[in-house]
Design a protein around this ligand. Sequence first.
Ligand code: DGT
Ligand code: CA
Ligand code: ZN
Length: 597
Amino acid sequence: MKKPKPRPSDSRPSKKKKPSEKTPITKSDVARLFEEMASVLELLDENPFKIRSYQNAARAIESLPGELGEMIDSGELLNVKGIGKSLFSHIEELRNTGRLEIYEKAKAKIPEGLLEMLRIPGMGPKKVKAVYEKLGISDIDQLETAANENRVAALEGFGTKTQVNILYGIQNLRKYSERHLLSKAFTEARGILGEISKHRDVKRSLLAGSLRRIKETIKDIDILVSAAKSEAIMDSFTGLSRVASVVAKGKTKSSVVLKSGINADLRVVSDKEFPFASHYFTGSKEHNTEMRGRAKKMGYKLNEYGLFKDDKLVACDDEKAIFRRLGLDYIPPELREAQGEIEAAEQHVLPNLLSETDLIGLFHVHTTYSDGTASVKEMAKGAEAMGFAYLGIADHSRSAAYAGGLSTADVKKQAKEVKEVNKSLRGFRVFQGIESDILTDGSLDYPTEILELFDFVVVSVHQNFGLSQSEMTKRIIRAIENPYTTMLGHPTGRLLLAREAYKVDLYALIDAAAENDVVIEINSNPHRLDLDWRYLRTAKEKGVKIAICPDSHTVEGMEDYRYGVGIARKGWLTKDDVINCLDATGIDTLFASKRKG
Ligand code: DGT
Ligand code: CA
Ligand code: ZN
């Protein structure tokens, strides 16, 4: 790689990477690292054969069946095409030490900003090299400036369209790296709260902010505690083992960056202030603004320190008391989004929100018949152990070859197995469903005589995401109209912070679902949370029923239903809106009515 002439802005210090915690190595970790190694070597103008060998190895490892660790120990990995002795020893090194020396060395030879540019969709090593060598661009900020100045389009192999895509990609990257999945933030936040709330000075404690409101993605963790004195609490917070660096440490507020990359704030207030602070820091900002406006109209002043009348504090023991003072029913945190919750609370018409204990069963889980890791019986027993009375399995259909979709023979074999499991597990019921791909023309993935064997049919889009909005909408509506369709799976296909939703008219899908008695799922996998909560009230108003679906591929993954319940609550749903609250007999009736059309 040729060094470009330095530009004045090149002197900016590069950000240091945070150390990451050691976890067992997975196939995708190794594949990702080999892919990155290939890119680094390409940036360094290394031998193309060497580059290719890393790329091939990455692909080979990604598609390996079985446990990587076992294959290393048995040496079986050496028999895999594309994994020679030296790559094998790299994988061993990675597993044993958590790092790969030659990768670290190669990486050290190039500016860190070049590697970051590789994360922009469409910016492969060739393009990164071109902007570096020809324009002297060595990080994302410089690339953005150059693209805005129209200097990138002029490069050979780029053009205006690429330049626009680069700018769009940079925007997305920024948006995504600023936020975190709800599940990841929750895991961290609960861990911190668990430790902090044990502190002897702490009276009350709470996770506030977007986490408490169950937003699908989270910018930062807001923790609030009440205590008479804060120093020792702040010391233990900033000294937690999950803390990577301390941004600020004060008497009332401290901010840290966690090793996981998430920022966390801790605020300590007096116990008298706690209810007001908890309301304020739960937000949302928009809800707070409306509340403050209402208070003002009623002759009060409301802020994070209290509710005041003529500058005198109106004492409130908890949030409920604040709402009551302002003539409102208690508004659950999930609803505090300025979506009409204050009016509803005033008129005493807030919904009686769904709770986790209302659920009697779950739908849409995968088994070893397709890409799940547990058998029908293991999944059923897992659900039973979690307190459920039934489980609707739904493996992938035959077109989903990448996920081991079921052939018609598999379907019949599984039907037998489901029958046996139902006989052996008394008082528990397995429903045999299928997650049928919606083919490009909107038809389902099996002929009628197979479709009618299932208790229920979930229909989902898994390929051909690039259709126009009207084509995609037509395609999915056709699937909804299929008389065998029971349920629409992950209606937008989005992967939070990773893949945009495909273009589709969700209101038209909701109308079609209402007309055809098709249930819509809340895919409760924290990467999806799809249908989005913002559409749930429309669905409910149109009479569409909702199913909480963990879409899990493991027994433990079924626990994700809790996120689905959170999202359902956020969408104002009650137990009457959610089919998981029917007992097995109710589900039988619902599914049977569908099959008769
Ligand atoms: P995010 O972006 O996922 O962190 O979302 P939040 O809602 O957690 O936002 P954050 O962390 O900036 O602030 C926490 C809460 O504090 C927010 O929900 C409402 C309250 N808050 C923060 N800034 C303001 C403000 O300028 N005005 C009002 N009324 N409330 C605020
Ligand atoms: Ca926050
Ligand atoms: Zn799916």
